[in-house]
Ligand binder design. Structure first.
Ligand SMILES: Cc1ncc(COP(=O)(O)O)c(C=O)c1O
Length: 381
């Protein structure tokens, strides 16, 4: 092994440096500039048409989406518990209550049957998280939303350029949100975007992003907004990333395919069952470590770390975390699939700087770590 294998590395090997420098030299370093306009145009086109607005990160993208949809105190928003904390926090920022439901055992995304059970007269909408690059099953969610008069926001932070039945993630719900954090498929360090098809949302989203200022009257603020703007320097990096998106996504897909070929069917490892209608985004390839006497996910992760392979546990179920567990307990409800993913899920290194040999190395070490101490081995010993 050539040394430590990192879980994520940004690929900045194209024109990122040149464009960032061009933005600096132009002195347009704040939240106006040519790169920003270009990024919003090109990202919208890459995400199925409609419009895109650059924002400061994926969390502010979510908050902005919910504010644009007038979420407020007394409202409930249905979210998966198996997601990054930002999905739930954004609901709380609005003074509303996130209602946690379980995910499907196959796709690891929101289970539409569980969503239906959770709808109450206070429900305003659903945040469909496309977890780990796999699109949520949008049609049943959109049908439920239509029947109950709800909206669906897509949290596509982990699923840039995935498709659902041929349509790009971020173009399916009322609003889509994206993150360009350093470990994401497309990155500028810190950044995000909201996408939407309805032109009528554009003015409100732009106003909310820019402190609520009236677009026709400087320093006149008819609403309370936020400073959630993306800088022109960050947009410059994103423009360079967009130019190379096929190469970036292509190499990441090769890595995912290699993990699949090595780990699918391996003893003690369970993988997600991708739906036939999904083209996934190659974000963090993840596996479940099937528990056995003497073996668990955390032990396997510790052993890999000692051998120089960086991994991450899958998210701690949000309904068990201090800010949310009391409300969830009041409602009740077991989330068994979420619990299994939270205790056994392991994210593996996934980035373009990995060689095939690196991926084989990770797989060899993972397979060995998962096998050590399994009953078969114990009997043999
Ligand atoms: C599902 C999900 N939603 C939202 C976010 C928040 O994005 P950011 O870190 O850019 O604020 C992330 C992650 O980083 C995420 O994984």
């Amino acid at each position: 092994m050539k040394g430590r294998i990192a879980i994520a590395e940004p690929d900045l090997s194209g024109l990122e440096e040149e464009y960032a420098l061009a933005a600096i030299r132009s002195r347009w370093i704040s939240s106006t500039g040519e790169f920003l306009d270009r990024f919003e145009r090109e990202f919208a086109a890459a995400c199925g048409g409609g419009e895109a607005i650059g924002v400061s990160n994926g969390t502010t993208a979510l908050h902005l989406a919910l504010e644009a949809l007038n979420v407020g105190p007394g409202d409930e928003v249905i979210v998966p518990s198996m997601t990054y904390i930002a999905t739930a926090n954004a609901v709380r920022y609005c003074g509303a209550e996130p209602v946690f439901v379980d995910v499907e055992p196959s796709t690891w995304c929101l289970d539409p049957a569980r969503v239906e059970e959770a709808i109450t007269p206070r429900t305003k909408g659903i945040i469909a998280v496309h977890l780990l690059g796999h699109p949520a099953d949008m049609d049943p969610l959109l049908d439920l939303a239509a029947v109950h008069g709800l909206w669906v926001v897509e949290d596509a932070a982990e699923a840039t350029f995935a498709t659902y039945k041929g349509r790009t993630t971020g173009s399916l719900g009322r609003i889509g949100t994206f993150s360009f954090y350093g470990n994401k498929v497309l990155t500028c360090g810190e950044g995000g975007a909201v996408t939407f098809q309805e032109r009528s949302l554009a003015t409100r989203l732009r106003m909310l992003r820019g402190q609520g200022m009236d677009p026709k009257r400087r320093y006149y603020f008819p609403i309370v907004g936020f400073n959630y703007r993306l800088t022109n320097v960050a947009a410059a990096i994103l423009c360079a990333q967009l130019e190379r998106r096929e190469a970036i996504v292509g190499r990441r897909r090769e890595i995912v395919a290699l993990y699949e070929s090595r780990l699918r069917g391996a003893a003690g490892i369970t993988l997600r069952a991708d739906a036939p209608w999904a083209v996934t985004s190659p974000w963090m390839f993840s596996a479940l470590v099937d528990p056995a006497p003497g073996i668990d996910r955390d032990g396997v992760a510790r052993r890999l770390a000692a051998e120089g392979v960086e991994t991450r546990p899958l998210f701690v179920p949000i309904h068990t975390l201090p800010p949310y567990r009391v409300d969830h307990a009041r409602r009740g409800g077991e989330l068994p699939v979420t619990a299994r993913l939270g205790s056994d899920g392991l994210m593996l290194p996934t980035h373009t700087l990995l060689s095939d040999a690196d991926v084989h190395d990770v797989c060899d070490r993972l397979i060995a770590a998962v096998a050590t101490g399994r009953p078969g081995r114990l009997r043999a010993a």
